[in-house]
Design a protein around this ligand. Structure first.
Ligand code: FES
Ligand SMILES: [Fe+2]
Length: 393
């Protein structure tokens, strides 16, 4: 995302403002309610998306230096991610080869050896089995064949990807699908990790994603919160293979239009929020404060329950100022979480209930909800379902 690209985006947004349009093409898409309620579909999605697709787990700084680790169960598979002695990112199934215990409790830290809490077999941070406790009593087994199962992983332009099941290497080009330039621009690897929050909601995981990718609702549902900062019903949406980028202007953009005709001088990260959907279940929200990375999962194989895992990485330029001023990361995360939980997720819990009551067979997505149209269709095609047609109007 070079300067000309940023200017082009600002220009598109200004055109939308001038002409009172959000999108000049597209139409209506009807999504059947069963996409949110079908248990078989939920099970299929869990298998395809959360076990057998490479997932963006975080930003490189989640493992800030060599010999750090991060044990994570969010995907449903216990995963041990490490940066080995050479700084290389690797991932393993966090399952002991002896009797299957998790080896490292969920969390992060710095370690080169991991001892299983059950019978104390010890593994290196390259996954190799270093020692079998009391091997003379246990018996002879070939240690070299009992390394942790390695999972396909990749570190791509400051992002960490893991496929929770063994198999082919991660296809890096497919992960980013043309967003390489954007990621190179942001230099996310330099954004320090601050914290993670987990939010459970009684609504389908796709419904949770939907709540982030249109700002049609911002001056209605968020009239007293986000609506004061973000312009409503005005966004761009550009598809990059399975992924997409959507840019949402803040209210400050109006001020810039008033102050300067020269867009060249507009401070891009201060006046827009840039959001990425990374197939299948990750969103990145980039603003002048940093980047929020959200992962969405269904839980307990249910179509009606999902978990959002939100991690926040702070803009390195802002970090010293933030700390000097005594601002707390917890507080800023809570402000974000309040809006999501008390406004968006409260709403989608009711939508989910209505979907389950079967009163209405479908939902409608308009031209100004083009990002949602893309996400629904790409997630349908991933599990071999027909693409929903866009009805031109
Ligand atoms: S299960 Fe890990 S040492 Fe026994
Ligand atoms: Fe919202």
């Amino acid at each position: 995302m070079d300067k000309s690209e940023r200017l082009r985006i600002l220009d598109v947004i200004s055109e939308h403002i001038a002409n009172d349009t959000t999108a000049d093409a597209g139409g209506i898409l009807r999504v059947p309610m069963s996409d949110f309620t079908c248990p078989q579909l939920a099970e299929q999605e869990r298998d395809v998306y959360f076990r057998n697709t490479a997932l963006c787990m975080g930003i490189s700084s989640a493992l800030p230096k060599s010999k750090t680790y991060w044990s994570d169960n969010g995907t449903g598979t216990p995963i041990l991610m490490v940066r080995d002695g050479k700084g290389r990112f690797r991932a393993f199934a966090n399952v002991c080869r002896h009797r299957g215990s998790p080896i490292v409790p969920e969390g992060r830290g710095s370690k080169v050896r991991f001892t299983c809490p059950y019978h104390a077999w010890t593994y290196g941070n390259d996954g190799s089995l270093l020692a079998i406790n009391k091997q003379n009593h246990f018996g002879d087994v070939p240690r070299e064949e009992l390394s942790l199962f390695e999972l396909p992983s990749a570190e791509i332009h400051g992002t960490l990807w893991v496929r929770p099941s063994q198999g082919e290497p991660v296809d890096e080009a497919e992960c980013l699908g043309g967003l390489e330039g954007d990621l190179e621009h942001w230099q996310f690897a330099d954004f320090p990790y601050t914290l993670t929050r987990v939010i459970d909601v009684r609504a389908n995981w796709k419904m949770a994603i939907d709540s982030f990718f249109e700002n049609y609702h911002v001056d209605v549902l968020h009239a007293k919160s986000l609506g004061n900062e973000m312009k409503a019903n005005l966004q761009t949406c550009e598809v990059f293979n399975k992924n997409l980028r959507a840019v949402f202007p803040s209210q400050k953009l109006d001020l810039m239009r008033f102050l300067s005709v020269n867009m060249d001088r507009w401070p891009y990260p201060q006046i827009v929020t840039t959001m990425y959907y990374l197939y299948p279940n990750t969103i990145m929200i980039v603003d002048s404060f940093g980047v929020g990375l959200l992962q969405f999962f269904s839980i307990e194989g249910s179509p009606s329950k999902s978990r959002t895992i939100y991690s926040w990485y702070i803009n390195p330029k802002l970090q010293p100022l933030f700390e000097e001023a005594g601002y707390s990361y917890e507080e800023s995360a809570s402000r974000f979480e309040d809006v999501v939980v008390n406004e968006d997720y409260k709403m989608i819990e009711n939508v989910q209930l209505n979907a389950e009551r079967g009163t209405s067979p479908e939902i409608l997505l308009g031209r100004n909800e083009a990002a949602l149209q893309h996400i629904h269709n790409i997630l349908r095609s991933g599990v071999g379902r027909d693409l929903l047609p866009v009805e031109k109007n």
